[in-house]
Write a protein that binds this ligand. Structure first.
Ligand SMILES: Nc1ncnc2c1ncn2[C@@H]1O[C@H](COP(=O)(O)OP(=O)(O)OP(=O)(O)O)[C@@H](O)[C@H]1O
Ligand SMILES: [Mg+2]
Length: 293
């Protein structure tokens, strides 16, 4: 099914998840989570290491069986055995799983065959995906000889080969330097807008969620603790923050607007700083800890 297939615009929720849970022995990795993702959204699942992000994405893509709960795509219950639903999704795993010995084009070819693509159609899709990912010049380079950023892009190009409607990416920019990370963000936005793909990504980089996502869900210790657009999340905490430098700590107070923060500032005789609230502050307020590892 093509990304732009008009039949797929009928249902408002592309993905709907209810009561999804999964444990490993005594470890509860994902605990009764609920959420919806709308058609065409760029959606970020934000949380610290071990929060349950990969476990969730693995259940959403059929790699892992939930203990409880339901996953629906367009209102249809997800059954990994059903090929039509599997065709809807493309998956970029947390760790690149390219065949290092094979060239960029050969890695795509093998993936295409797995999705039942052959001949001229497959060659044309390989050309077009390599071009879209700016990897045409690396077509015949073994994957093992590509840079980290190029490998990541090749894994994404591979996931796009069968024209999925939803692209899942588990930590798309982990290991990339700041410049490559920004280029990757632009690439993901391009996929979202030009290929009209819904994007579901996990990240533990606050800036990534804040800069890139239309909507963010914050997950911590297996539970969803907040959700909304980055603006809504910041608004719910207070758009402005006053950092008060006490003797041995920085205390933060939140205010709806700058004027309220200024009024408070006038009452203080210690060193202070007014700044705009970030998603990091939101997370810190909700959990009492910082997200950055
Ligand atoms: N196959 C497994 N066997 C046992 N425990 C697991 C397994 N997979 C995940 N877990 C545990 O489940 C919890 C959630 O792990 P998960 O990989 O989903 O976290 P994450 O949010 O993706 O973290 P990270 O940011 O480090 O990738 C952790 O406590 C982890 O140790
Ligand atoms: Mg993970």
């Amino acid at each position: 099914m093509s990304c732009a297939d008009p039949k797929t615009f009928n249902t408002p929720d592309e993905i709907e998840v209810r009561g999804l849970s999964r444990s490993f022995g005594k470890t509860v990795a994902v605990d009764r989570i609920d959420f919806q993702v709308g058609r065409g959204e760029l959606f970020a699942f934000l949380g610290p290491n071990g929060a349950g992000k990969t476990t969730t994405i693995n259940m959403l893509t059929g790699l892992l069986k939930p203990d409880a709960g339901e996953i629906h795509y367009h209102g249809q219950r997800f059954d990994p055995q059903r090929l039509t639903l599997k065709q809807l999704i493309g998956v970029v795993p947390q760790h690149n799983n390219l065949d290092r010995e094979l060239t960029a084009a050969e890695n795509l070819l093998i993936h295409g065959r797995l999705f039942g693509m052959w001949g001229a159609e497959l060659q044309q899709r390989i050309d077009s995906c390599l071009k879209f990912a700016d990897l045409t010049s690396k077509r015949d380079t073994p994957a093992g000889q590509l840079s980290g950023g190029m490998k990541r892009k090749l894994v994404i190009a591979r996931a796009l080969l069968h024209e999925p409607e939803i692209l899942f990416l588990d930590e798309p920019t982990v290991g990339l330097d700041p410049h490559s990370r920004r280029k990757m963000w632009a690439f993901l936005r391009r996929i979202n807008q030009q290929q009209r793909c819904t994007i579901f990504l996990t990240t533990h980089y606050i800036e990534e969620a804040e800069t890139l996502a239309d909507r963010v869900l914050i997950i911590d210790q297996a539970r969803i603790i907040a959700g909304g657009t980055p603006e809504q999340l910041k608004q719910s905490t207070g758009n402005f923050v006053l950092d008060i430098y006490r003797a041995d700590e920085i205390e933060s107070e939140f205010f709806a607007d700058r004027r309220a923060a200024m009024q408070r500032l006038e009452q203080l005789d210690t060193s202070v700083r007014i700044r705009e609230t970030t998603l990091e502050d939101v997370f810190l307020q909700l959990t009492g800890k910082r997200i950055a590892p």
